[in-house]
Design a protein around this ligand. Structure first.
Ligand code: FE
Ligand code: CA
Length: 527
């Protein structure tokens, strides 16, 4: 038997999160950063090679982000000094009406990343922001606040994306997304890949080595941000991000590595990976990492129209079941009784309770579960025809999934919808309390987006198993792209947008399929 589930600091998570704000930040910023040291640095180089970004909008503000890195894939190229970074937020792109300004410190211990939580702005408006440091100016980013809490919001448009292996394709999908009419972008994981594998395009990671240290993970993020289309998508919209596995290592589960590394060693690797994730994305202080732990699950509201319950599918999960005698990480397994282990958890007890409480307390018309994986059951057949399931996804955690769907059905939550990624293909599914009983009521619709660039899963063989999975209403794995959702009080529409050729970043995009959900009815309608 493997060890029982590991629930990191579940019971004390919230108090630790509060302490992180107080102790973590003050420890980092109060003791050694002096304004004098922060003021003197001057540069002839462009320190804004990684671009600018914004995220986690509230009704009165958002996070604005940049990281100083004149030599991005070679450790950043900054002196080991804290450096002052001036920022402004304006009502217009040309910055003729500056509304907020301040000075932040780019600390070498955070890779000279800067995260500013701007507050006190008006709700439901677009804003523009930029940074200056060392005599250089950043590009101007555009972002927005959400409608006031409870305020009537007529429309929300957002895109969601995942899985952007740099070596498998170009980011033409982001070229289109950057020009789209959106309020928000959600990234649902596999923002970087730790592993290298050649694709149809010539570009390669900055090294074939898997990152393990903080310096190596920083270089990997810098490699991804060298893509101009990814930077443009960040520059034009606020993002809300969560991770999947490849931000650390393929198929890891809490402290369990797919290579069965010593958990103590693996947690050091995880700490490096989590810190690099924080350093490169527009996250709030609440997510500042503490050793190997980082609080990523959180909630964001868009007026009375929608609440995003952003989930962490990796940090607290029990190990994948039925792995004895097999490789670490996920496996396709027949007769895996441990999929129904009542002690198994994907979210961890604290996150699960936080989600239940948030769904029960939500007054929003739509409640969006933003998480990295497909939730629907997917039954494959092995060579001798017996059913097999993939244990790294929700099918490896069938007991906590069934419990959650039963609670969700009983709780009468307004219009739950789940969005996911991970499997490099588009899916539209109707989640049932009992997937093996087509008469079991639909609890929630699900939309899974294809990869931005990562190779798709096999099309023909997957099509063959769909008749045994009648809750799947749509599947397409041959195109890369993203999903776009338009939400109004009465209606939800998801368009699956596919690019013709991921080896060409100028490739055209088209709607592959479109589905509608009417408020009050969880079933899917083909648009
Ligand atoms: Fe992926
Ligand atoms: Ca994944």
């Amino acid at each position: 038997m493997r060890q029982p589930p590991r629930l990191f600091r579940d019971a004390t998570l919230d108090s630790l999160a509060r302490r992180r704000c107080l102790i973590g930040l003050s420890a980092i910023f109060a003791s050694t950063v002096t304004p004098a040291a922060a003021a003197e640095w001057k540069t002839q180089d462009d320190p804004f090679t990684l671009g600018v970004a914004s995220g986690d909008p509230s009704a009165d503000g958002f996070v604005i982000w940049t990281r100083l890195a004149p030599r991005p894939t070679e450790g950043g190229g900054m002196p080991e000094l804290p450096v002052g970074v001036d920022w402004t937020v304006a009502a217009d792109e040309a910055h003729t009406r500056v509304l907020r300004r301040g000075r932040a410190t780019a600390d070498p211990r955070l890779g000279h990343a800067v995260h500013v939580e701007v507050e006190g702005l008006d709700p439901d408006r677009w804003y523009w922001y930029r940074f200056t440091a060392g005599g250089a100016a950043s590009p101007t980013g555009r972002t927005r606040t959400s409608p006031a809490p409870g305020a009537q919001a007529a429309r929300l448009r957002f895109a969601f994306a995942s899985c952007q292996h740099y070596e498998h394709g170009l980011f033409g999908a982001y070229r289109h997304m950057a020009q789209d009419d959106l309020d928000l972008v959600l990234h649902l994981g596999d923002y970087i890949y730790e592993g290298s594998s050649a694709g149809k395009v010539a570009r390669r990671h900055e090294t074939k080595e898997e990152p393990v240290t903080l310096a190596q993970y920083r270089n990997r993020y810098a490699c991804y941000r060298s893509d101009p289309h990814l930077r443009a998508a960040h520059r034009n919209f606020p993002w809300v991000v969560t991770w999947d596995d490849h931000e650390v290592e393929n198929d890891y589960a809490a402290d369990q590595s797919q290579n069965r590394d010593d958990p103590k060693w693996f947690l050091q690797r995880r700490a490096a990976a989590y810190q690099a994730y924080y350093e490169h994305l527009p996250l709030r202080r609440a997510s500042l990492p503490r050793g190997p732990d980082m609080l990523l699950y959180r909630r964001l509201a868009f007026g009375d129209l929608a609440t995003f319950h952003v989930l962490d599918n990796r940090q607290y999960r029990s190990d994948q079941p039925c792995g004895e005698g097999r490789r670490g990480g996920g496996n396709m397994v027949p007769n895996c009784g441990a999929r129904f282990d009542p002690l198994a958890t994907l979210w961890g007890n604290a996150q699960e309770k936080w989600l239940d409480d948030g769904l029960a307390g939500s007054r929003s018309r739509w409640n969006i579960l933003a998480q990295s994986l497909m939730m629907a059951q997917l039954t494959y057949r092995d060579a001798v025809g017996q059913p097999v399931h993939w244990t790294d996804g929700w099918d490896g955690y069938a007991a906590p999934r069934a419990r959650f769907l039963a609670r969700l059905a009983a709780a009468k939550v307004a219009n739950p919808v789940t969005i996911g990624g991970d499997i490099h293909s588009f899916w539209a599914n109707e989640l049932r309390q009992d997937f093996d009983d087509p008469r079991s009521p639909v609890v929630m619709p699900e939309f899974v987006g294809t990869s931005i660039s990562s190779r798709g899963i096999p099309y023909e063989s997957t099509m063959k198993v769909l008749p045994a999975n009648p809750h799947v209403r749509f599947f397409e794995s041959r195109q890369r792209g993203y999903a776009r959702c338009e939400v109004t009080p009465s209606r939800w529409q998801t368009g699956f947008l596919g690019i013709a050729d991921a080896a060409d970043d100028q490739s055209a995009i088209r709607t592959v399929a479109s589905f509608v959900v009417e408020s009050g009815r969880p079933d899917l309608n083909r648009d």
